[in-house]
Design a protein around this ligand. Structure first.
Ligand SMILES: CC(=O)SCCNC(=O)CCNC(=O)[C@H](O)C(C)(C)COP(=O)(O)OP(=O)(O)OC[C@H]1O[C@@H](n2cnc3c(N)ncnc32)[C@H](O)[C@@H]1OP(=O)(O)O
Length: 440
């Protein structure tokens, strides 16, 4: 029995800052970001948007697009590393919002859960959900990746920022992709990128320029939740390369393949923390598989490698360069970008294989395969990815800074037919920190 993705929907910020504007304001050569890292636009959430609204809107669109009876959804599993609460999962916010629209009790028998492992959490949610459908082939399940990839101002991560959610309907006999059961793995506990919970004094918090979100007061101390990670960029790249290379060769070993594994893949879908991460790192695997002994920089600039990248990796980069990092959603955004690219170009990819190379800091990589199914075109036709990107609204540098510092009281764009953040409770002691949402 085949199990995989039957339908896809997404929700992303409607605002972006052109990367050239960010570069000019940070005294960085724009060409470094555009030609060196492949960045064009950096999407940024409006005042009324957060990881809950992205997830709820993506799932709501998926349900409407496929005309699903919400009471038939057996599980909603969220992959995220931007949770808004240390106990209550985003999935429980999503099910409550769906019940607001479809009626109380409609999701009472739906299993809801969040999974966290940096950028690979949604791939973990996908794998456990594929197994669930293998055991329960008549059921429908949803996996949603949602994140806000927010970095400190002036950091090397700042130009890679982005946000949004991708929802996947997982069923037996799927229309779009069916997945292999085997998964290549590599994991090692490291500190390349993480988000420590910090307890700081009231003075420190009042003097910070970050405008962190507060969620609780412990006598003279304030528990402070910071959205931005602590990270070492170049070290995180090295961890990424080590893990993906080990997981790739582990997959090759457990599937008993002796030839060049990636030659079986029409496209390669990797975690893209920024647009060119895949092309800049896959070259290590490419060199090993082809027994190339030149230095990596020379191989990465070779005509053969560039031709290979254009065919296998470029389609996944199109959306990434316009949105930025989506953390858990990035690998699925690359997948959607690739499918929309083939649909637009009328390429026939039925029965072709995609290779997935996922990474989460901390660190873990998973490598696995999927096959394109017969009805992929009818399903992808419904997903307006490139049209949505073309309609994004440009903001200026001052607006970006005010959004980053949470200094604005009003949205830049008026919300339209979507779930929005209404308010966060600050007074009532038994509800302090509770987040309230509505459909606007
Ligand atoms: C979160 C995870 O998934 S872990 C894996 C990735 N880590 C992250 O995303 C953490 C956050 N990000 C970061 O810290 C940084 O953005 C990094 C580490 C990804 C990139 O670091 P930077 O120091 O900005 O860039 P770096 O020096 O590595 O690369 C710049 C590229 O632009 C190129 N470049 C520089 N100037 C120019 C120019 N004027 N014209 C064209 N290209 C240029 C460089 O040659 C280099 O490309 P190459 O190595 O392919 O030749």
């Amino acid at each position: 029995m085949k199990v995989g993705i039957d339908s896809i929907a997404f929700d992303i910020p409607k605002l972006h800052l052109p990367i050239k504007v960010l570069a000019e304001n940070r005294n960085i050569e724009p060409e470094k970001l555009i030609k060196g890292l492949g960045l064009h636009k950096m999407s940024f959430p409006d005042v009324h948007q957060d990881v809950v609204t992205f997830a709820a809107n993506a799932v709501y669109k998926l349900i409407q697009q496929e005309n699903i009876n919400p009471s038939e959804i057996a599980r909603i599993y969220v992959g995220t590393e931007s949770s808004v609460d240390s106990s209550k999962p985003i999935a429980s916010y999503v099910s409550a919002l769906l019940e607001q629209q479809f009626g109380e009790g409609t999701l009472r028998y739906c299993d809801t859960l969040d999974m966290t492992f940096a950028c690979i959490g949604a791939v973990d949610a996908l794998h456990t959900t594929l197994d669930f459908i293998r055991l329960n082939p008549t059921k429908k399940a949803i996996v949603v990746a949602t994140d806000n990839a927010k970095y400190d101002l002036n950091s090397t991560g700042e130009y890679t920022q982005g946000a949004g959610a991708i929802a996947l309907l997982i069923t037996a006999n799927p229309k779009i992709l069916s997945f292999s059961q085997e998964v290549g793995l590599s994991s090692q506990g490291v500190f390349d990128f993480f988000k420590p919970r910090r307890y700081v004094s009231k003075n420190e918090i009042l003097n910070t320029t970050d405008n962190p979100e507060w969620f609780g007061i412990l006598e003279n101390e304030i528990a402070f939740y910071k959205e931005q990670p602590v990270f070492d960029g170049q070290y995180s790249n090295q961890c990424y390369i080590n893990r993906i290379t080990e997981a790739y060769f582990h997959y090759k070993e457990i599937t008993n393949q002796s030839g060049t594994l990636f030659n079986n893949w029409e496209n390669i879908l990797m975690h893209l923390p920024y647009c060119f991460q895949a092309r800049r790192t896959f070259v290590e695997i490419y060199a090993k598989e082809n027994n190339l002994t030149d230095d990596i920089k020379t191989i990465s600039k070779s005509e053969d490698y560039l031709e290979f990248v254009n065919k296998t990796i470029f389609p996944s980069e199109i959306a990434s360069g316009q949105i930025g990092n989506m953390y858990t959603g990035s690998i699925f955004l690359g997948m959607l970008s690739t499918l929309c690219y083939h649909f637009q170009n009328e390429t026939e990819i039925q029965d072709k294989k995609f290779g997935f190379i996922a990474y989460g800091s901390g660190s873990k990589s998973k490598v696995f395969e999927a096959q394109v199914e017969a009805n992929w075109k009818s399903a992808i036709k419904k997903v307006p990815l490139f049209e949505t990107l073309d309609n994004s609204t440009e903001i200026d540098f001052g607006t970006y800074i005010s959004l980053h510092k949470k200094e604005r009281n009003h949205s830049v764009l008026q919300p339209k037919n979507e779930f929005v953040l209404d308010f966060i409770e600050k007074e009532n002691p038994v509800l302090v920190g509770a987040r309230y949402y509505k459909f606007a």
